[in-house]
Design a protein around this ligand. Structure first.
Ligand SMILES: NC(=O)c1ccc[n+]([C@@H]2O[C@H](COP(=O)([O-])OP(=O)(O)OC[C@H]3O[C@@H](n4cnc5c(N)ncnc54)[C@H](OP(=O)(O)O)[C@@H]3O)[C@@H](O)[C@H]2O)c1
Length: 232
């Protein structure tokens, strides 16, 4: 089994790479930052790291030309922009969120199509469904990612296409927001989420490996949010 995890140098992507490696897979991880990639390769061990920017068609094409045919594509990259109340969030920020996530995932997918043989797994987010104030931009971006899944599962068959929808997960993604905000979100999550804890990258990685390797699953969006989409 040959797997490419774009966004595999951190967080959910790295945990997915780790789980695939434990299954004996041949795994390539990709990310933009060489230093981050080198550290991840050091942590993961027997994995190939390739510097690539998923948002760039040329860079993505080079990545897949170098990998050749493979089985499972995991789209774990993220721009992280577009959050905030609609009255004070600029449209440029929301646009940049679409570029960094929806269009980057689509760019990677299009570059991978000549090579990927078994499955594609998008990563969306619980904001797509949770109806939380301050997340309209993120909801639009992640809702758009989820909207791709069903038509692509039909159009690209027999290639299988699924998405996994994480809730609040403790990954380095949260280093990009003010610490006080992160602490408040994590504390509220622990208090109010049906499962009473913040998610771990491994929680999401287990779902990613499951949808990628289950040959009877396609067109599915699997919620791994600890009930975040029920609570709101
Ligand atoms: N953590 C959460 O609470 C949470 C909740 C819901 C959804 N999600 C989603 O889960 C996915 C993974 O997030 P995470 O929490 O694991 O974030 P993370 O720890 O920040 O990891 C993101 C990974 O994507 C890579 N990346 C970002 N932009 C890229 C690009 N243009 N091309 C190639 N690689 C790129 C990063 O490496 P470089 O920076 O070196 O490129 C890194 O390896 C994202 O789609 C995120 O929106 C996360």
């Amino acid at each position: 089994m040959k797997v490419v995890v774009v966004g595999g140098s951190s967080g959910i992507g790295e945990a997915s790479a780790h789980r695939f490696l434990r299954l004996g897979a041949d795994v390539t991880i990709a990310g933009r930052d060489q230093a981050k990639l080198t550290l991840a390769v050091g942590r993961l061990g027997k994995v190939r790291g390739v510097v690539a920017d998923g948002a760039s068609p040329e860079s993505s094409k080079r990545l897949f030309d170098s990998v050749g045919e493979f089985d499972h594509l995991i789209l774990a990259l993220s721009g992280g922009r577009g959050a905030g109340p609609i009255a004070t969030t600029s449209l440029d920020d929301i646009r940049s969120g679409f570029e960094g996530k929806l269009f980057a995932q689509l760019t990677v997918l299009k570059s991978a199509l000549p090579y990927v043989k078994a499955s594609v797994t998008f990563i969306s987010a619980a904001t797509a469904m949770a109806g939380m104030a301050g997340t309209a931009g993120l909801a639009a971006i992640n809702g758009a990612v989820e909207a791709l899944v069903r038509p692509l599962a039909t159009e690209l068959a027999p290639l299988r296409v699924n998405a996994v929808r994480p809730g609040v997960i403790d990954t380095p993604w949260w280093n990009g927001v003010p610490k006080a905000f992160k602490d408040a979100v994590f504390a509220q999550t622990e208090r109010t989420l049906p499962v009473r804890r913040v998610g771990r990258p491994e929680d999401v990685a287990a779902a990613i490996v499951m949808v990628a390797t289950n040959a009877f699953m396609t067109g599915t969006i699997l919620d791994v949010s600890g009930g975040a989409t029920l609570a709101h």
